[in-house]
Design a binder for this molecule. Structure first.
Ligand SMILES: [Mn+2]
Length: 368
């Protein structure tokens, strides 16, 4: 994936978000935290840094003290209220940082490399590292006004692209050529990068993650477009399924069942309902329709600065919806050797229910 890191962005500490993270830290019993994920660091500081194998870490104390540690090659400009400590290639990247953390429990987010973590543990045996993703993840789950605007805009652009793509379902269409076209349409609209786009014809659609290949469209194929990309860092992610020239009785039945599961789960969305209930609502409909074993994945996932982020919308997700959450509702039925159907929308939880960010039609469509 080609990422546009040259984009000029305002970088500053977002004090509102920091405050929310600190509240969450206290609830988790954490007085200090290391944040290293690219998206989480951006969320808090406005700095987008892909460190690859090098080290970056934001140290945050529940007093509000924040310090940033990173390789000088990142070219980070220092910010007000955020002292910067750099290291060079060839130096131990953890050494400076290890002198700043306090003894005792230290929360560390989930993807900080074990080479840094183990080095820190060797340098500071008095520090007890624990899983520390929750305070930032829980803040990021509840989108603020600026993020909601970005997500609405991103999904509105996705609605345009999916309609243009459905108009390309015609004689001679090839999966990977359509996938390339999705990327072109995204870039024309200002997408941050290109991505892997899922375009699946007929039996290929029975694999939920089939990646467009040289398959040529045939009459009677189901056509799945599961397309996603970030615009100004915020992702869209939508799936529509249409049929080419004709649809069998089974295809129509399966389509209507998936659509019913999608619509009924969306109707259930409001604050206080458990995420697991949404999954169950959709799954019960598909099971009652006789296709339970063919709905093989969770109902959905959170979306924001990452295409897949908390919350998980699945059977084990025992926590309640809150206004500001944005996630996908994407039931599907996958019949090996035959076809697949998936219908996916992003929804925003509001005070009274939800706003569906995708507006593209979900009517059964048989296109020529
Ligand atoms: Mn999705």
């Amino acid at each position: 994936m080609k990422n546009n890191n040259q984009k000029k962005e305002v970088t500053h500490m977002n004090q509102e978000r920091i405050k929310r993270v600190i509240v969450n830290m206290r609830q988790e019993g954490l007085s200090q935290l290391l944040v290293s994920s690219t998206a989480s660091l951006y969320y808090l500081t406005g700095l987008w840094i892909d460190p690859h194998e090098r080290m970056i870490a934001l140290y945050l104390e529940d007093t509000g003290r924040a310090e940033l540690f990173g390789n000088e090659i990142f070219g980070i400009q220092s910010q007000e209220g955020l002292p910067l400590y750099t290291h060079k290639d060839g130096e131990n990247p953890v050494e400076e940082l290890s002198g700043h953390v306090k003894a005792g429990t230290l929360g560390i987010d989930k993807f900080w490399s074990s080479k840094f973590l183990i080095s820190l543990m060797e340098l500071r045996p008095d520090v007890k590292p624990v899983h520390g993703s929750a305070p930032v993840d829980r803040a990021r789950m509840l989108k603020d006004a600026q993020e909601i605007e970005a997500l609405r805009r991103s999904s509105a652009l996705n609605d345009q692209v999916v309609e243009l793509m459905i108009s390309q379902v015609k004689e001679g269409a090839v999966e990977n050529q359509l996938a390339a076209q999705v990327n072109r349409l995204y870039l024309e609209r200002g997408a941050d990068c290109e991505g892997t786009q899922l375009v699946c014809f007929g039996p290929n659609g029975a694999d939920p993650h089939h990646n467009g290949d040289g398959t040529v469209l045939k009459s009677g194929d189901s056509v799945i477009f599961d397309i996603f990309i970030p615009f100004d860092r915020y992702w869209c992610d939508m799936t529509r399924t249409v049929f080419y020239k004709e649809a069998s009785e089974e295809q129509k039945k399966v389509y209507e069942l998936v659509k019913q599961a999608n619509l009924t789960a969306i109707e259930r969305v409001r604050p206080g309902v458990y995420l697991s209930e949404l999954d169950k609502t959709a799954r019960d409909i598909i099971t009652e329709g006789g296709y339970g074993p063919y709905f093989t994945h969770r109902l959905g996932h959170g979306v924001g600065l990452e295409c897949h982020e908390p919350p998980d919308v699945g059977s084990a997700s025992e926590f309640p919806l809150e206004p500001g959450m944005v996630f996908s509702i994407e039931p599907g039925i996958y019949l090996p050797g035959k076809f697949g159907v998936r219908i996916e929308d992003l929804v925003l939880v509001t005070e009274t229910g939800c706003e569906v960010l995708n507006k593209a039609s979900k009517d059964l469509r048989i296109v020529e």
